[in-house]
Design a protein around this ligand. Structure first.
Ligand code: CA
Length: 229
């Protein structure tokens, strides 16, 4: 599945892209309506995530332009106060809308629902993430198992662990983890990442240093090591 994100706020677009990719789909970003239309027309997209407040061409106009040539599902992304924009967008042929700030779970549920309606969704479930031989993370059902035993993590602990595990051996700064795992609506401090990591290690009975799942990269942040047995 290939999803086009039309969104002028780069940080929001990057977070949406990260969530979409974690689900096993691919995503492309356009920063304004005209670029979005050009990309849509030259690519092969299964769904469009369309911000309504765009510079230049309004979201509702982008929507009706896309509708001239395609029935791909369009989900509008809008601010709370945007009732009139939502109505205009739906009138212009959008299928659904989602209000900012949204949770990644809601975003992905809406995307899956609209892909199903469009009839195009590949029924293969998002793939499991494995770390070494013992740890299995299921991004679809938000579960983690170690040697077959389910480990109970909080939402933020799960998001941090699964994000890191999706790219083994990549070093994540605390700031990266806030942006790419917890998302822009997260209002904590970089140091709170350390307490999440500490809790995850405790729950996984993870070794502190060189032979654990989560390695501390001094001066930088953390990474997941794939070499764990
Ligand atoms: Ca905007």
């Amino acid at each position: 599945m290939n999803i086009l994100i039309i969104e002028d706020e780069r940080a929001i677009a990057e977070v949406e892209k990260a969530y979409i990719e974690r689900e096993g789909f691919s995503a492309d970003i356009a920063g304004d309506g005209l670029t979005g239309l050009a990309k849509f027309n030259s690519g092969n997209f299964d769904l469009v995530l369309l911000d309504l407040m765009l510079p230049g061409m309004a979201g509702a106009d982008v929507c009706s332009e896309i509708r001239r040539s395609s029935n791909a599902p369009i989900i509008m992304v809008t601010a709370k106060s945007g009732e009139e924009d939502i109505v205009a967008g739906l009138d212009a042929g959008a299928d659904d809308y989602i209000v900012k700030p949204f949770s990644p779970k809601i975003l992905m549920a809406r995307i899956r629902a609209n892909l199903r309606k469009g009839g195009g969704e590949n029924t293969a479930a998002a793939s499991l993430i494995k770390v070494g031989d013992s740890l299995v993370i299921d991004p679809q059902n938000f579960t983690v198992k170690k040697n077959g035993e389910e480990i109970s993590l909080t939402r933020n602990e799960f998001l941090i662990l699964s994000r890191m595990a999706s790219r083994p051996e990549k070093t994540w700064s605390r700031d990266d983890l806030i942006t790419y795992a917890l998302g822009y609506e997260y209002e904590g401090f970089e140091r709170s990442i350390d307490s999440y990591i500490k809790n995850i290690r405790k729950k996984l009975s993870d070794a502190e240093h060189d032979n654990g799942y989560i390695r501390t990269v001094h001066g930088f942040g953390y990474k997941i090591s794939d070499g764990v047995k």
